[in-house]
Design a binder for this molecule. Structure first.
Ligand SMILES: Cc1cc2nc3c(=O)[nH]c(=O)nc-3n(C[C@H](O)[C@H](O)[C@H](O)COP(=O)(O)O)c2cc1C
Length: 215
């Protein structure tokens, strides 16, 4: 059964403002295709971990996927493989992704499993699928008002591209530290999502069908 993978990277999990918009995108997709299951991966449960040396050893020794050190990595990679659509609700933490999302990245980008070099270039082994990234930030991140660097957008784009995913769009809920601006940002974010043919739910059935056929 095709699924929507909802990755929640905020310390506030499903209560975060980014997660609210991502949940609306998932509801749109399910309205268009009720057969889609929702798989929620709340990364706040990973937040207190670090990559263990057993995982680093197994990666560097190119151990097979069945190796016990890869259990969590395999679970996370399979969630991506099974997803027809993915939403990632992530806050910006010090200009980039929060540590929990970085941990997810370190477990999902695995040599010879989710990517492999082809002619010296890291090439994705997972199929492409639509991804919506909802970025929440206390200050402005885009446009002339942005008084800070953005190492999140380019980084996450490169990370997803490494595993084979390039159908990615970003929605920014910025300036959330200011309650008035927060209301404006949430309304603008909801409008931006409705402009997106996939996550507004208008192409849900077709995309899920394409995923089921192409893997
Ligand atoms: C450790 C930490 C680092 C943060 N770094 C930034 C930052 O670099 N830029 C920024 O605009 N906001 C920063 N913030 C504010 C968060 O991005 C903001 O509180 C969050 O996105 C709120 O969204 P949410 O409701 O989805 O969690 C930071 C917050 C925390 C806790």
């Amino acid at each position: 059964m095709a699924s929507i993978l909802s990755i929640l990277a905020s310390p506030y999990g499903a209560a975060s403002r980014g997660a609210t918009l991502a949940a609306q995108a998932a509801a749109n997709l399910q309205a268009a295709d009720p057969s889609l299951a929702l798989v929620e991966r709340d990364l706040s449960t990973l937040a207190r971990s670090v990559i263990p040396s057993s995982y680093a050893d197994a990666v560097l020794a190119r151990q097979p996927s069945e190796h016990a050190a890869f259990d969590l990595s395999e679970t996370l990679i399979r969630e991506v493989e099974d997803a027809a659509f993915i939403t990632i609700a992530t806050p910006m933490h010090n200009y980039t992704v929060p540590a929990s999302l970085k941990l997810w990245i370190d477990l999902v980008l695995r040599h010879s499993r989710s990517f492999a070099p082809v002619n010296g270039v890291k090439t994705g082994l997972l199929g492409d699928r639509p991804v919506l990234v909802v970025v929440t930030s206390g200050g402005a991140v885009t446009g002339k008002e942005a008084g800070q660097p953005d190492h999140l957008t380019g980084y996450l784009t490169d990370v997803l591209s490494t595993i084979g995913i390039s159908d990615v769009r970003f929605i920014y809920l910025e300036g959330l530290v200011n309650p008035v601006q927060a209301g404006i940002a949430m309304a603008a974010g909801a409008r931006a999502m409705l402009q997106d043919p996939v996550f507004a739910g208008r192409q849900g059935g077709e995309s899920a069908m394409a995923h089921a056929v192409n893997g």
